[in-house]
Design a protein around this ligand. Structure first.
Ligand SMILES: Nc1nc2c([nH]c(=O)n2[C@H]2C[C@H](O)[C@@H](COP(=O)(O)OP(=O)(O)OP(=O)(O)O)O2)c(=O)[nH]1
Ligand SMILES: [Mg+2]
Length: 139
């Protein structure tokens, strides 16, 4: 019997920034990256020996130019999904406090979206279960 292919687990932390109008920040994945054009929550791969929180704080600074304190990261939920080449493990954090104004530092478009409109955005498949969860939490 051939051994079934077991992809490695990829740890990706993502942040759900929430503004005072209860909208969440979406970023459009830039051309040239996997899933280009899809709308996602900013974040990225955690690099050893970072904690998931340290990795997210670094990614938010790099991708959207905001400074977030570790105390401002509220664990929300996680995604665990086989994506073929890797198994995605993605903790997501709610963030209501940060310093700076989000800008797409890698050329990506950013949009503040009321949670009632999240279904209108083309998101990566692993993100789809997050939509009703966010609507329940913030709607
Ligand atoms: N940041 C983020 N990644 C997501 C989401 N949903 C989802 O399937 N992913 C996947 C897409 C990618 O395969 C992986 C994250 O990779 P990435 O390209 O953002 O990683 P990174 O920021 O470290 O970028 P790079 O240095 O590899 O260019 O997780 C999401 O909502 N946010
Ligand atoms: Mg990223």
């Amino acid at each position: 019997m051939p051994t079934p292919f077991r992809p490695r687990t990829l740890l990706v932390s993502a942040g759900i920034l929430i503004n005072s109008s209860n909208e969440v920040l979406l970023a459009q994945r830039p051309e040239g990256k996997a899933l280009a054009g899809r709308w996602e929550f900013p974040g990225g791969k955690v690099e050893a020996p970072e904690s998931p929180e340290d990795g997210l704080i670094r990614e938010l600074q790099e991708e959207i130019g905001v400074t977030v304190a570790v105390e401002a990261l509220e664990p929300f939920t996680f995604v665990s999904e086989n994506c073929g080449a890797f198994h995605l493990l993605m903790p997501l954090y709610l963030i209501r406090h940060w310093e700076g104004t989000p800008v797409g530092r890698e050329g990506q478009a950013l949009e503040w979206a009321p949670v009632s409109t999240l279904g209108d955005y083309s998101m990566p498949k692993p993100d789809l279960p997050l939509i009703p969860k966010l609507q329940e939490r913030l709607g």
